[in-house]
Design a protein around this ligand. Structure first.
Ligand code: MN
Length: 720
């Protein structure tokens, strides 16, 4: 039967007499004119298709804009008409729906890629900002599936698989049970033609028996419900071919063992009557244990509500009974579309606020659900689009956070593709690296052998994968540079002391030093020197005892530096009232730091030794008040001098902690001169650190920095 435009008008008049029939008629004429020279594979004029789609939408009682969009859904894709023209003639609402359907139609679905169905479904839902787009698309797909026989076999399979994996689940998610069952059955017919044929033939053979059975049971149901005064409309049917097939597969039985392929629907006027009907059914027939389901009290995530039970006849023939109210039935069949139907006196609201409020309400109903994640996910992709879905040129779907760029895409494919990325082609056009990926983009990454990552790529990427790959590449490169710099500095330092650079290769010597510093290999040492975390000099002092070093006597300039490092001739302190050069040394018993309260003690022949007032030796030394002298920190050379500080840490004995401590100290710009770790109790260890700091404030910052490291139990400043 050919659908006529008048059928649609009549139907629309039924449920929406105030519709804009004039606009509808113009849409029909427009569609007829634009598609006039096209024919379908079946040989029919192309116009048959948009008419059927519009009819399906009218059956769903949708608003005028949806039906007009149904008539026009293919004009942008298949004719020379532009969206602007559609908008000019039929308004922004219609144009918006047509644009959405066109976008979805352009998505390419690849059957070669595994597990793409879920992503593609999400992508479609993410692309849709008006649910009418989905409804038009589903109507389009339903008609295409009904006429699939005219296409070439491989096209049939591709479209059937796409329908089965993408569109039937979407219909299910939206609660559109009738669409879902029809799409599944039609797909099944093409995807498994043999099983489908065998099963439908068997069901056909049983049709006579089934028919009689349905009649008999229907009469019986009407009778017993009537006796109880329950008003109900009852219908019996053979379940869909695919749902029987699925049951056979799930339970691993063949068709002769499928008994409850007959289902009855009992539609009542109220929830109370639903439960009353269930009780009545159970009082007449024996229920099959474990098959009673109360989706009224616990709706499915897609809003489905109904009571289900399976019962046995006296002859041992099981059958299923579904009981629900008329309203629940409408929602079970048409799902979300039921909420979009035109209602007298209350035209459809398409505003976002309304949509959000509606979904909220659904969410509130769903709070008791065991697993409402599915539904939440739908809400998320629909209303809070945080993700964007894109394609590789081969049709694989990749999802990213919003704001992702071609670099994120490149790193998602392969690290090497990321490292060598020079740009990208999106939908065939070259785009800059800062381009923001859009839903449905087909992205081709351009690479070049010599290309390497740069630091500003970090600000061009959104995914943690891309960022961590870029960062580790940068670190590795910087490390290589630091290692060679560190090696150079260490060799230079050795030469200063007339020591052989070959010592750096002497494993007997280096092993002990590495252990002291908590490093694994000499490259780590060089890298640390190169980064400036430790001094090249630390290698020399670790190698040769301090006393011997003095014997080696490097050249004059170094000697001064060296002396100062040992605490001789310290210039940070002056004797109060004297600006002259007085030989001053910091007490090596207490190692005072700039900022602390200090006191001087005159040592014959050695000048003035400066102690902290906290120094344990002070009391003993100060017995001779004659030798006490007031000293103060010399502000003239603030910031240039450094002070040794010794810390003793009590730590949990855990891996990587020492490295963490060393790097924390380095990050706080203190120089480590020596680190020693010893295990104390079973799980605790002590670490002794000698470092140089600028002043007391600096020292306290380092101490509190170390204290904050997880696993560090205690930090004490040791005076000696
Ligand atoms: Mn179409």
């Amino acid at each position: 039967m050919v659908r006529r435009f008048e059928d649609i008008l009549e139907r629309l008049e039924d449920y929406n007499p105030g519709a804009d029939f004039d606009l509808l008629r113009r849409a029909y004429i427009f569609s007829a004119r634009e598609h006039r020279n096209q024919v379908r594979r079946s040989g029919e004029p192309y116009l048959v298709h948009p008419l059927e789609v519009a009819w399906i939408l009218a059956e769903l009682k949708l608003d005028t804009a949806s039906i007009i969009a149904g008539l026009l859904h293919d004009v942008v894709e298949d004719t020379l008409t532009t969206l602007e023209t559609v908008e000019g003639y039929f308004g922004a609402d219609v144009a918006h729906i047509v644009a959405g359907v066109t976008k979805i139609s352009r998505l390419k679905y690849s059957t070669q890629e595994q597990a793409q169905g879920e992503n593609l479904r999400k992508m479609i839902l993410a692309m849709v900002d008006d649910l009418r787009v989905i409804l038009v698309k589903l109507a389009d797909r339903l008609h295409n599936m009904r006429t699939l026989e005219h296409l070439a076999p491989e096209k049939q399979i591709r479209i059937a698989r796409e329908t089965f994996e993408i569109y039937a689940p979407i219909a299910n998610r939206l609660g559109m049970g009738r669409f879902k069952a029809a799409l599944e059955d039609l797909s099944f017919q093409y995807l498994e033609p043999e099983s489908h044929l065998a099963l439908s033939q068997t069901l056909k053979k049983r049709r006579k028996i089934s028919g009689e059975f349905i009649e008999e049971m229907q009469a019986k149901l009407e009778e017993v419900l009537g006796e109880q005064g329950i008003e109900a409309r009852i219908s019996g049917r053979i379940k869909s071919v695919y749902s029987i097939y699925r049951k056979m597969k799930a339970q691993q039985i063949d068709v002769d063992q499928v008994y409850d392929y007959v289902a009855f629907r009992v539609l009542t006027g109220s929830v109370k009557d639903c439960y009353a009907a269930l009780g009545t059914v159970h009082s007449v027939w024996r229920p099959v244990p474990g098959r009673i389901k109360d989706y009224i009290a616990m709706p499915k995530p897609n809003m489905y509500q109904s009571l289900h039970t399976s019962v046995m006849t006296g002859r041992g023939q099981p059958f299923e009974v579904q009981i629900r109210t008329d309203e629940m039935h409408n929602i079970a069949e048409e799902g979300i579309a039921a909420h979009w139907q035109y209602k007298e006196g209350r035209p459809l609201q398409t505003g976002d606020a309304e949509k959000v409020a509606w979904l909220r309400r659904i969410l509130d109903w769903q709070q008791d659900l065991k697993d409402p994640r599915d539904f939440l996910e739908l809400v998320k992709v629909d209303l809070y689009p945080e993700e964007v879905y894109t394609f590789t040129p081969k049709g694989k779907v990749l999802s990213f956070p919003r704001g992702a760029t071609p670099l994120d895409f490149a790193y998602a494919i392969h690290t090497e593709v990321g490292h060598h990325c020079t740009g990208a082609k999106v939908n065939g056009k070259i785009v800059p690296l800062k381009y923001v990926l859009q839903n449905g983009d087909i992205v081709e990454i351009l690479t070049q052998a010599g290309k390497v990552p740069s630091r500003d790529w970090l600000s061009l990427t959104r995914t943690s994968r891309a960022r961590s790959k870029i960062r580790s590449w940068l670190n590795a490169t910087e490390r290589t540079k630091s290692v060679s710099l560190g090696r150079e500095l260490a060799e230079k330092e050795l030469r200063k002391y007339k020591l052989s650079p070959a010592l750096l290769q002497n494993e007997d010597k280096t092993a002990a030093i590495l252990k002291k510093l908590g490093l694994a290999e000499m490259d780590d040492f060089f890298a640390a020197v190169g980064y400036g975390k430790i001094t090249a000099h630390s290698f020399v002092t670790a190698l040769v005892p301090t006393a011997e070093l003095e014997e080696i006597k490097p050249d004059g300039r170094v000697a001064r530096v060296f002396k100062r490092a040992l605490g001789l001739g310290h210039k940070a302190v002056k004797v109060r009232g004297f600006d002259d050069d007085i030989m001053i040394a910091l007490g090596r018993c207490c190692n005072p730091v700039r900022g602390e309260a200090i006191i001087g003690y005159i040592t014959r022949g050695k000048g003035v030794t400066v102690h902290s007032t906290q120094c344990p030796n002070v009391g003993r030394l100060m017995y001779d008040p004659e030798r006490r002298i007031e000293v103060e920190w010399d502000t003239r050379i603030d910031g240039t001098a450094v002070f040794d500080v010794k810390l003793v840490l009590t730590v949990q004995d855990r891996q990587g902690l020492l490295a963490k401590i060393v790097s924390t100290i380095a990050d706080l710009k203190a120089n480590i001169k020596n680190v020693e770790a010893t295990t104390a109790e079973a799980s605790n260890a002590h670490i002794r650190v000698i470092m140089t700091v600028k002043d007391e404030v600096h020292m306290n910052r380092v101490i509190s920095g170390i204290s904050r490291i997880q696993g560090v139990l205690d930090v004490i400043r040791a005076r000696r």
